[in-house]
Design a protein around this ligand. Structure first.
Ligand code: CA
Length: 289
């Protein structure tokens, strides 16, 4: 039986069960091994059957909802935020450094970013400036202990949409996040359209000829991304990140499976769009003839 190789890994190993996808990013091999162990139903791993069932459910059926990235190095606060926001229906990814945040934000799209400023390897403001420099419209809520007027002004001028000073009430954070997500922007609050297909990004509802359609959460995630980039190739990796988050435990053909299902659904409901496979690269959505 695979055993965690150190105490630190054991903690991560347990947290993969309890807080997956939260934390799973840090050791994807461990997550895979964990899945294997759960699947094998082995004894002695310290995993109760209810925890195992919950973990399997989370791994197999993550709810594709509003995905929010939290960058916060205080483990206690991060944990609190992640749990609270998950309970409020958000899907949460959690990172604790400027370098991790920069690389992940370069490849993954989030509905919003909750950003701490005092991070172990630098200032969160640098992430903010980098995002705004490349015209990324992601709503950003800055969370910090720096409460001085100058700090707030500096944060807002660097491109933050809102600013919350620690300590804060969790309800206020949720209310502010909701307010940010309601704002119209390039990425949010809009209707995406191609031929007779429309998608309401607020209600997360797809329509064909104005009639609401019943698609699964993952089919909707694929449809949304392809519609946002209509006419352009969307890489398989990007779709994978969008559908499955950062959990790293994705079957190699998972994207093909969901694209195939979506294609069939679109055909069945009379959508005049097609998804073309660009072999080895990704997919592109276009109007069909
Ligand atoms: Ca901090």
């Amino acid at each position: 039986m695979m055993k965690p190789r150190s105490d630190a890994q054991h903690i991560c190993y347990r947290s993969c069960i309890l807080r997956q996808p939260y934390n799973a990013l840090h050791d994807t091999d461990l997550t895979r091994n964990l899945q294997h162990e759960i699947a094998q139903g082995r004894e002695g791993s310290g995993i109760s059957s209810s925890m195992a069932r919950r973990a399997i459910r989370q791994i197999e059926e993550p709810v594709v909802s509003m995905r929010v990235l939290i960058v916060e190095d205080s483990e206690e606060l991060a944990d609190l935020l992640a749990k609270g926001l998950q309970a409020a229906g958000y899907e949460i990814d959690l990172l604790a450094s400027v370098s991790d945040a920069s690389s992940v934000l370069g490849t993954t799209r989030y509905a919003a970013l909750i950003l701490d400023l005092g991070l172990p390897d630098g200032d969160g403001l640098s992430i903010l400036r980098e995002l705004r420099h490349r015209k990324d419209p992601i709503p950003i809520l800055v969370l910090t202990a720096r409460g001085g007027v100058e700090d707030r002004v500096n944060g807002l001028r660097s491109g933050a949409d809102d600013y919350l000073v620690k300590p804060f009430a969790f309800d206020e954070l949720v209310a502010r996040l909701e307010a940010l997500l309601r704002r119209p922007g390039q990425m949010l609050g809009s209707t995406l359209r191609l031929s007779n297909v429309t998608f309401d990004t607020d209600g997360r509802q797809a329509f064909v000829d104005m009639k609401p359609q019943n698609l699964s959460a993952r089919e909707i995630a694929v449809l949304e991304l392809l519609l946002r980039r209509k006419g352009s190739v969307v890489s398989k990796k990007l779709l994978e990140d969008q559908i499955f988050g950062l959990t790293g435990d994705v079957a190699s053909n998972a994207v093909e499976v969901y694209v195939h299902r979506l294609r069939k659904q679109l055909l069945d409901i009379g959508a005049k769009v097609k998804i073309t496979t660009i072999r080895g690269v990704g997919y592109v959505m276009m109007e069909s003839d």
